[in-house]
Design a protein around this ligand. Sequence first.
Ligand code: TXA
Ligand code: MG
Length: 329
Amino acid sequence: MIVRATPEAVKRAAQLLRGGELVAFPTETVYGLGGDATSEQAVARIFEAKGRPRFNPLIVHVPDLAEAEALALFDERARAAAERFWPGPLSLVLPRRPASGLSLLASAGLDTVALRAPAHPVAQELLRAAGRPIAAPSANRSGRVSATTAAHVDDEFGDAIALILDAGPCSIGIESTVVDLTGVVPSLLRPGGVPVETLAGLFGRIETPAPGDAAPRAPGRLASHYAPNLPLRLNATAARPGEALLAFGPEAPPGFTEVLFLSRSGDPAEAAANLFMMLRRLDRPEEFAAIAIMPIPEQGLGRAINDRLARAAAPRPPSPGYRPRRSGS
Ligand code: TXA
Ligand code: MG
């Protein structure tokens, strides 16, 4: 439902966000599909609504630098960038604070987080009213053109989202510039609203990888970006010695040392919301030989889960006591 972004509508939108619902809202770059960044469930819903084939990390939106510093570690360089360009179309990739309270799924399992303080007055009002960080990718279905009006958002999602706040067309219309500040030299991950020349003025030097070079740094592409200590065994239908199990569906096969249920009802969105959290909970090499995972259907978020798991299960040095075998089918 499209609603003009009056102060009352913004308050309602903030309530919906606090209740775990998705709300589309205007920013100066593009419309964002917002969800509570501290809720695994809300963030899983964003991936589901977008139909993202993989868990790309999302940009987390905050009203200002002070709020951002509670979520990530800012060095002087990052602080200078935020002071110069925030609120505005710049997203900074920084190390997550361990106690940030942010959803693991929002960062796609990375130890970093992309943060942005948008300048649009409606976005500002909404973030302050929600009182929590808001994860918001561009409000378009995966692979489609970004939405820069409320009507575009409605075309993309219709009633799949609770509310669309309408404040007319976005002034910038392309997404924010994304800069990775976790390395020695700042690296441009996505060109956008702040021209790279302007950034170079601030940083002195900035890596601008060619599209081909960017691949290894692009999040979620390498298994090493999310590597549990224990080996993973996919499509498990029976127990092997010492294994813990991530179950999908109402029943787990017998014989596992410990079992966590991704979703007893077989709901891929619920499984996605639990995935990173439960993998971490079972990642105890002193107790288990491996983490086995039951087959997850290649439907809806199941595709994204399987894509993520395939990379997390990619070959790596075996841990003590683990004997690699052919994976089951
Ligand atoms: O202008 C924008 O940035 C819009 C508005 C709504 O704020 N948002 C947006 O979000 O474009 P999204 O999710 O469509 O784009 C996120 C980009 C992706 O290229 C993603 O790979 C990158 O930011 N990104 C997010 N977190 C990252 C991280 N921890 N490390 C590296 N890249 C990250
Ligand atoms: Mg996008």
